[in-house]
Unconditional design. Structure first.
Length: 206
């Protein structure tokens, strides 16, 4: 498992994984009762440094490219892992050190983490990238376990979402006969040194 920062500030406070379908550490009565047992092979809050993680970077010669452990922006504890917005172009990796042992009887895994990111508000491509990523995650969730071409295509053609990175009132909607995800836009005019919206949403197809 690896977290990568590319040119933006990132904070990660808690990383944990839970496995279902194994009897490690679970009482027999709970298994017989039909309650899916679980184990937690990974739980890292960075309260003692990197813990089970390590940091490295590529394409960035300075030491500031590495993830560090800081006391700002912590979640439930005192510390968080932090990757700065450095000037160099490169990747900052925060990766798991030892490999996780996955029991053979495990049927599913759940990975959770608290993540905070920061990006420059004057770069429209940042918002575009986040909007696309949000819809991609929504599509993969709808596809579920059927991550085949047909499964993903079916999910992608049945979208009806409110994307937080779009303007209020703009929805992502698709159907098997309509692949056009957005049909509403808002007009803007340039005033002095900035763009200013005016009027109501209008249909882009009109």
């Amino acid at each position: 498992m690896c977290l990568v920062s590319r040119g933006r500030r990132h904070f990660v406070a808690i990383v944990s994984m839970a496995l279902l379908g194994t009897t490690v550490g679970e009482p027999t009565a709970q298994v017989n009762a039909g309650v899916p047992p679980s184990v937690i092979p990974l739980s890292e809050g960075f309260e003692a440094g990197y813990g089970t993680f390590n940091s490295s970077s590529t394409g960035c010669p300075t030491i500031g490219c590495l993830w560090t452990v800081v006391t700002s922006h912590a979640n439930t504890g005192t510390y968080a892992a932090y990757a700065d917005d450095v000037k160099e172009t490169g990747d900052q990796f925060l990766f798991l050190g030892p490999a996780l042992a996955i029991p053979v009887r495990a049927t599913s895994a759940t990975l959770t983490f608290w993540h905070l990111y920061d990006f420059e508000s004057d770069d429209v491509f940042n918002y575009y990238g986040m909007a696309v990523a949000y819809t991609m995650v929504d599509t993969l969730r709808k596809a579920g376990r059927n991550l085949t071409r047909a499964g993903v295509l079916k999910a992608a053609t049945h979208l009806n979402e409110v994307n937080p990175f779009l303007l209020p009132g703009v929805r992502i909607q698709t159907s098997p006969s309509d692949y056009y995800p957005m049909d509403k836009v808002k007009l803007a005019r340039y005033k002095g040194d900035h763009w200013q919206f005016f009027g109501n949403l209008v249909r882009a197809r009109d």
